[in-house]
Design a protein around this ligand. Structure first.
Ligand code: SAM
Length: 285
């Protein structure tokens, strides 16, 4: 195991560890999921407030240290350690997720949590500053991106606090931030793959017009292929002379988004545009 590869930067400032756990407003009945507990600086504080904690840790040496830390104490039986990669581990039921994980798995972590059912109540997560700022960015701001839209489709995200690199041992190369993620309940009735397919296209160059983004290589072909499959499934006959290029132009003009730019479109705009494509039987996945 290599410190850099597994992002083993242990949080050494006890007041920040306490702040992170406090931000979750844990209830005595809560089951908590912790990803990458390391030596357990957050875990012991979670166990003071919650009913149970499942901690997923990839490094068996770290898991052993954490086990030692609770051994023989009453909290031992309220802690379950899963040794393995969070990305592949089977997740238990949890009300709250708290994590300071390596930044390499930031994206998979967020999307895995948001697709988990039943939905959790809140997640308090530490990320590299830039990633955190993209999660909370608003349309029209410099960091509004495909990631912002894809996450805000499913959740309300707030910036909770900045954490400087000197609070870790060894210190990482980047500054960190803690964010709070509250899933929208119920989630919007849209398939992630569809929404993601659209954001992939319009954010490929977020300052270009939507019209121009759809002219990128392969886009028309991909949509046409999906449309033909859909028509076949629905037993719809395709009239002569219909081209995908024209259909796309029609949708962009009718919805009024042809000259819009992803940099300024909010989740609602993107959902409206997606729905207009779906009305025509055109799918992104
Ligand atoms: N949470 C502790 C803290 O705040 O002091 C440790 C933080 S350290 C940045 C990240 C921890 O995640 C390390 O213990 C590392 O071994 C573990 N880890 C790395 N990749 C992981 C993965 N894919 N799944 C689970 N744990 C992982």
């Amino acid at each position: 195991f290599n410190t850099e590869r597994f992002g083993q930067h242990i949080l050494k400032n006890p007041s920040i560890a306490q702040d992170i756990v406090d931000k979750a407003n844990l209830r005595p009945t809560d089951k908590v999921l912790e990803v990458g507990p390391g030596t357990g600086n957050l875990t012991v504080r979670i166990l003071e407030k919650a009913k149970h904690c499942t901690a997923v840790e990839m490094d068996p040496r770290m898991a052993a240290e954490l086990t030692k830390r609770v051994q023989g104490k009453p909290e031992q039986r309220r802690l379950e350690i899963i040794i393995g990669d969070f990305v592949k581990a089977e997740l238990p039921y949890f009300d709250v997720c708290i994590s300071n994980t390596p930044y390499q798995i930031s994206s998979p972590l967020v999307f895995r949590l948001l697709s988990h059912r039943p939905l959790f109540r809140v997640a308090i997560l530490m990320f590299q500053r830039e990633f955190a700022l993209r999660l909370v960015a608003h349309p029209g701001s410099a960091l509004w991106s495909r990631l912002s839209a894809n996450v805000q489709l499913y959740a309300k995200v707030d910036h909770v606090m900045n954490v400087g690199k000197n609070n870790f041992r060894p210190p990482p190369n980047v500054e960190s931030s803690v964010v709070r993620i509250v899933p929208l309940d119920p989630p919007p009735p849209v398939k992630f793959e569809e929404f993601d397919g659209l954001t992939r296209i319009v954010f490929s160059r977020r300052n270009k017009t939507v019209h121009a983004s759809f002219q990128a290589k392969g886009v028309t072909e991909m949509l046409e292929k999906n449309w033909r499959t859909w028509c076949a499934e629905q037993n719809k006959t395709i009239e002569d002379g219909v081209t995908m290029k024209r259909k796309i132009e029609g949708i962009l003009n009718d919805t009024g988004y042809s000259e819009s730019r992803a940099a300024k479109m909010d989740v609602n705009d993107l959902l409206k545009l997606l729905a207009a494509f779906h009305d025509e039987g055109i799918h992104y996945a």
